[in-house]
Design a protein. Structure first.
Length: 367
């Protein structure tokens, strides 16, 4: 068995309001009046108030640092330039999340961490972020390192499943998981439906988990069930590819309907593994891929908006940060837990390319 014993989250310093981002996008995408109204309507309907970025240009009208100071931002940054920025900014953001995670734990030396799992779909290089973190945190040079790349918003689930497997084979394991995404470095200015949706949602953030083979004193989250499914007929509705001018998102407005068609079976299959029903679940940590996705799940499972409040809070304050987002939701939930919550369960979902549907149940334990 394994136990999530601590969670830490971090964001870049640049906090931008959704209206300011909309103004930037209208200019950058050189939209005509009708298209500008459409974009601003999408932004207003997103459920997002603020987002964070490692790029401070998004809050400016001129004097850009990353983008070209021209009316159309040309020459537009190359993939190479964007990945150089990922390497420059991802280390400090990851360290900030990890530090917040580890500082909550009594008597944990960094060199006692046995495994490091690094998750990202927004940047890669080699020697990679994993090795830079070993050096920055002074981890043991023989720490076991694993990278989970290019899986998108559901990748944190794969990291947790891998950590759970490690801990089941070694009760002394101390697995540090960090999910770091700089989605904003891949802004695309071509005025397509995919880009309009992506530009309204995505942001930057990092979340870290400590997962151990033994519980710690206080609150622990114990994974008790996982279930993954695939909707291959919807493969083209969500995709993430490498282009010449950054990574390119394919994001169809049909995605919520794909989730609608599969969420009941996903839930029943997950809960059936532990002979539970939805009524056995107290808390919900649903990846806020967008407001419509949250609403569809509520409709299909009979949930209230209040039951889904943690996801709405994260969406409102941070946007969709890809893989760390669902961990921000978990963090939001546990902030308000206390000793009377022992034995209660959290149901969590995330979705991504494939179209992949991931799910897990965590049991709250107090030791």
């Amino acid at each position: 068995m394994s136990f999530i014993t601590s969670i830490g989250t971090a964001n870049p310093a640049n906090k931008v309001s959704q209206p300011a981002l909309a103004d930037f996008m209208v200019r950058a995408m050189q939209l005509a009046e009708d298209d500008a109204r459409k974009l601003k309507a999408i932004f207003r309907a997103s459920g997002i108030e603020t987002r964070y970025s490692v790029i401070d240009d998004y809050g400016k009208k001129e004097g850009f640092d990353f983008y070209s100071n021209t009316h159309d931002l040309e020459p537009f940054p190359s993939t190479r330039r964007r990945l150089e920025l990922f390497r420059e900014k991802s280390i400090a953001l990851s360290v900030a999340a990890i530090t917040k995670c580890v500082d909550k734990v009594d008597s944990l030396a960094y060199n006692s961490i046995t495994h490091l799992i690094v998750v990202s779909c927004t940047g890669m290089y080699a020697p990679g972020l994993d090795i830079d973190l070993v050096k920055s945190l002074k981890l043991s040079t023989n720490v076991e390192r694993i990278c989970i790349n290019f899986m998108g918003c559901y990748a944190a689930f794969n990291a947790i499943k891998l950590a759970d497997t490690i801990c089941q084979s070694n009760t002394n394991a101390k697995v540090l998981v960090v999910c770091t995404e700089l989605c904003s470095i891949h802004f695309q200015k071509e005025a397509t439906e995919d880009n309009l949706l992506a530009n309204a949602l995505f942001a930057d953030g990092s979340a870290a988990l400590l997962i151990e083979g033994m519980p710690r004193k206080g609150l622990n989250l114990k994974p008790v069930s996982f279930y993954c499914d695939l909707a291959p007929e919807a493969e083209q509705e969500m995709a993430w590819t490498v282009g010449d001018l950054g990574f390119e998102m394919r994001l169809s407005s049909y995605v919520p309907e794909v989730i609608r068609s599969g969420i009941k079976n996903l839930t029943n299959s997950l809960l059936g593994r532990i002979s539970n029903q939805l009524s056995d679940i107290t808390y919900f940590a649903i990846h806020p891929g967008g407001k419509k996705i949250l609403e569809v799940i509520e409709q299909e499972l009979g949930l209230t908006k209040a039951q889904n409040q943690a996801s709405y809070e994260v969406l409102k304050n941070y946007g969709n940060m890809s893989s760390p987002t669902v961990l921000f939701v978990l963090h939001e939930i546990i902030k308000n837990l206390n000793g009377v919550n022992g034995g209660k369960k959290i149901l969590s979902f995330a979705f991504g390319p494939g179209l992949t549907l991931e799910s897990m149940v965590l049991e709250i334990q107090n030791h």
